[in-house]
Design a protein around this ligand. Structure first.
Ligand SMILES: [Fe+2]
Ligand SMILES: [Fe+2]
Length: 134
């Protein structure tokens, strides 16, 4: 896979959320760089843990924002975030059992795909809701 870049098509129409998505993508690219630079298992694991920490932070902020604006799809959206956090826990367990480039690549592909799809299909609905309620 290639590194991913944030572009306007990914904008959800909320500056704070967009900034966090850019940061999330940069954490993902850190993993991409670590993987392609041939870094060892401990660096790969550490990079994935940083990504997990930031993802957790971002999801909390996004859920708080949805809660504060009375967003009707919060429960469903929260459940999707929860599923990804569970998946990240499982991936880190796999990394513990031995991180290699194949696992890193698989992880990168999965996360990049999940993130882009989630932003486009779900996070954008938050921006539409904000627009409609203004
Ligand atoms: Fe989200
Ligand atoms: Fe998000």
């Amino acid at each position: 896979m290639k590194s991913i870049k944030w572009n306007r098509d990914l904008s959800v129409g909320n500056a704070a959320i967009d900034e966090e998505h850019k940061k999330l993508i940069s954490y993902l690219n850190d993993l991409y760089v670590a993987c392609h630079a041939g870094q060892g298992p401990s660096v790969l694991r550490q990079t994935l843990c940083s990504l997990q920490r930031y993802t957790h932070e971002h999801f909390s902020h996004e859920e708080d924002a949805m809660h504060n604006m009375g967003y009707p799809g919060l429960a469903d959206h929260r459940a999707q975030h929860g599923e990804l956090m569970d998946k990240l826990d499982a991936l880190i367990e796999e990394f513990d059992a031995g991180a290699d480039h194949e696992l890193s690549n698989k992880t990168l592909l999965f996360l990049a795909d999940w993130l882009i799809q989630h932003i486009e299909a779900e996070d954008k609905k938050i921006g539409v809701f904000i627009g409609a309620s203004n």
